[in-house]
Design a protein around this ligand. Sequence first.
Ligand code: ATP
Length: 291
Amino acid sequence: MVAINLIKKLDTADGSIEAHFELELQEGEFITLFGASGAGKTTLLRMIAGLEKPQSGKIEVNGEVWFDSQKKIDIAPQKRKVGFVFQDYALFPTMSVKENLLFAAEDDEQRKNVASLIEMVELTSLENRLPHSLSGGQKQRVALARALVRQPKIILLDEPLSALDPTMRQKLQNELAFIHKKFGVTTLLVSHDVAETVKLSDRLAHVEAGKIVKICPPMEFFSHHTLSGKLQLIGEVLKIEEDFPITVVTLLVGSSVVKTIVTCKEAQEFQIGSQAIISSKAFNPILMPVR
Ligand code: ATP
């Protein structure tokens, strides 16, 4: 189990606030930090990795204390068993794919495992290439594989897929889910993407102004408790067409385009490009395979 209780002063655009993060992750759990820009999500990840020092508090990972302000314990970042993946990949530009992974390895056993990690992310044929000659998706796969080299106790993912196009993003979400299932490493992801959060996480932690104000299954969070829909799909708003007194909202759900009707007043809550849940209540959907 990972137990976090940290206090940190944040200098935000609205002045100084005292952030207080309290969070427990069960072993193997996948939690997504979701919240507005500037709420403190990245700072929390950086404090867990030891890249940022909290004012006070404690971090305990599987019984090991990484930080304890009272006992003056502050384990160095390189000694914390953390895999960190950033949005901008942070690969070493002069090292090949393989060298990037080998550089992270601490002993022979980890070095031996590098080839199978590269194979797992399907980059064996590109293992001698330099990062600049790889696509964004390939670079992020290298970063993911590199994060696993040291057999981390926790993986920290800071919006790792947000620079990718939607198709590559979906593909890597599936790979992330696969990797999480295969290795079962406790994972903390920062994401602003509703579908990604629902797809990957066991629980969502809603971060607001330096505090985790709610933790629950992601679907419960996004459906605002008010919907008891039997069918719920998440989509991106493509078009909003007013035809008084109704408005037709067109959504992209996966690769399908779905139209639905809301009142003109309800339509004010939606913007093009934002995400929305389409839900049906008294409805018995029939599921059929696509042939
Ligand atoms: P985003 O979703 O945009 O990445 P975030 O939730 O990850 O945002 P942070 O990057 O953690 O937010 O920043 C939270 C706030 O804390 C910001 O206002 C930032 O300026 C401030 N901040 C970041 N690092 C420090 C620091 N070391 N000391 C004090 N304040 C900081």
